[in-house]
Design a protein around this ligand. Structure first.
Ligand code: ADP
Ligand code: MG
Length: 383
């Protein structure tokens, strides 16, 4: 049987571009090439999609040059990849699935998922809506609260409002969140990797943090800090019908919170958090992760991060990462899933979701156009 073609997409116009290259190259080293032909597609920092052999090598990304690479394009209702030759773009092979290794904006947020939906290409992450909700910290928290999932108390501000009336808005936020008997975290709504995030314990710090966050996004969220929390992450793999819940990971936060370098550049065993939760709380975290995955209609692999107060037995959900770093493969060791098997599962899930969706009815016979043409006034477009 002829092998199917799978593209693995990474890089992207996002603050997490470099992390995404690492996830992409890790995945490429672990593909099951007995089943599929894998092709890397790299999205450069300026958003160009590129194709070619040198994308397999990590050296290609320092002092990156497009030399030797071909431009890639997708077209609506056409599941083939288009590649550049000279000035033209020509159809190449049919894509059976796109493995998404993109983090942050323009990748994890539903945008590339939308492009692939239009091209009728299955993909490995959550759908457009679910991805967009997981990416936006403001809406994500609204959905959590609407479903009675505990998350730190928060408010949000838009820059258009804030700079017209800073004093009143700051005073409202301070009152609502009972600052500064509590510290708070200020975050841009749509970034990741702790970029633009500050922890504040007084008004001056808050004002500065708000300006910093607004330099990254038009909308920001301010939330009560959960002090002395045990941070714990849990990944869930699956879709609406079945889920596999991973082991827990205890990332260490030895300063006020994990910064970019701590999280990605130097993730080492000895830096993992020392505090552990009781078995009972661990099970509750896992149950919460599975329920949240279902409520958000996620699919693929999602890592959900919690802040837990063990003495009070309170489990706060901090965030969902709909395409986690390294696709969170390292959390599934005890589920008999190595990276290769995880990738196979993700592709199977993506293809199954695609088929399910395409079994939905997209059109129905209506008399609307005929009636409109013959001048009949109607707003009931029934058979
Ligand atoms: N409300 C909070 N209380 C305590 N710590 C927090 C809170 N919000 C964020 N943090 C800390 O800041 C880190 C980054 O925040 P997070 O919301 O996860 O942003 P990012 O999307 O950039 O990862 C978290 O991993 C945690 O250590
Ligand atoms: Mg986080």
């Amino acid at each position: 049987m002829e092998k199917e073609n799978v593209v693995l997409i990474f890089g992207g116009r996002s603050a997490e571009h470099d992390i995404s290259i690492i996830t992409g190259l890790q995945a490429l080293k672990n593909v099951d090439d007995t089943k599929y032909n894998f092709y890397p597609i790299y999205i450069s920092k300026d958003g160009e999609m590129l194709f070619g052999k040198k994308l397999f090598k990590i050296e290609s990304y320092s002092n990156f040059s497009k030399k030797g690479l071909r431009r890639v394009s997708f077209r609506p209702a056409d599941d083939r990849i288009y590649l550049s030759r000279g000035k033209g773009l020509y159809p190449s092979f049919k894509v059976s699935c796109a493995v998404l290794c993109l983090h942050g904006l323009n990748g994890e947020d539903g945008t590339i998922q939308g492009l692939l939906e239009l091209s009728k290409i299955p993909y490995t992450s959550s759908n457009v809506l679910s991805s967009a909700i997981c990416m936006d910290k403001i809406i994500m928290k609204d959905v959590l609260r609407a479903n009675n999932i505990l998350t730190p108390k928060s408010c949000y501000i838009k820059s258009a409002d804030y700079y017209l009336n800073e004093e009143e808005i700051l005073s409202d936020v301070t009152k609502n969140l009972e600052l500064f008997s509590n510290s708070c975290f200020v975050k841009p709504a749509n970034l990741g990797s702790s970029i633009g995030i500050s922890k504040c314990s007084n008004l001056n710090q808050l004002m500065e943090a708000v300006d910093v966050a607004f330099s990254y996004d038009q909308r920001i969220i301010i939330e009560q800090a959960v002090e002395d929390a045990v941070e714990v992450n849990c990944a869930v793999l699956g879709d609406a019908d079945y889920q596999i819940v991973s082991d827990l990971e205890y990332p260490k936060s030895w300063s006020s919170f994990l910064s970019f370098d701590e999280k990605y550049i130097s993730r080492k065993e000895e830096k993992l958090g020392k505090k552990r939760l009781s078995k009972k709380l661990e099970e509750e975290v896992k149950k919460n992760a599975r329920e949240t995955f279902k409520i958000f209609d996620c699919s693929g692999v999602v890592r959900i991060d919690f802040l837990v107060l063990p003495n009070e037995e309170k489990i706060y959900l901090n965030e969902l990462n709909s395409i986690p770093g390294s696709l969170a493969f390292y959390l599934f060791k005890n589920q008999n899933l190595d990276f290769k098997r995880l990738l196979n599962k993700l592709i199977e899930i993506g293809k199954r979701k695609f088929l399910e969706k395409n079994n939905n009815k997209y059109s129905f016979e209506s008399r609307a156009l005929a009636n409109f043409g013959s001048g009949i006034k109607t707003n009931k477009y029934t058979k």
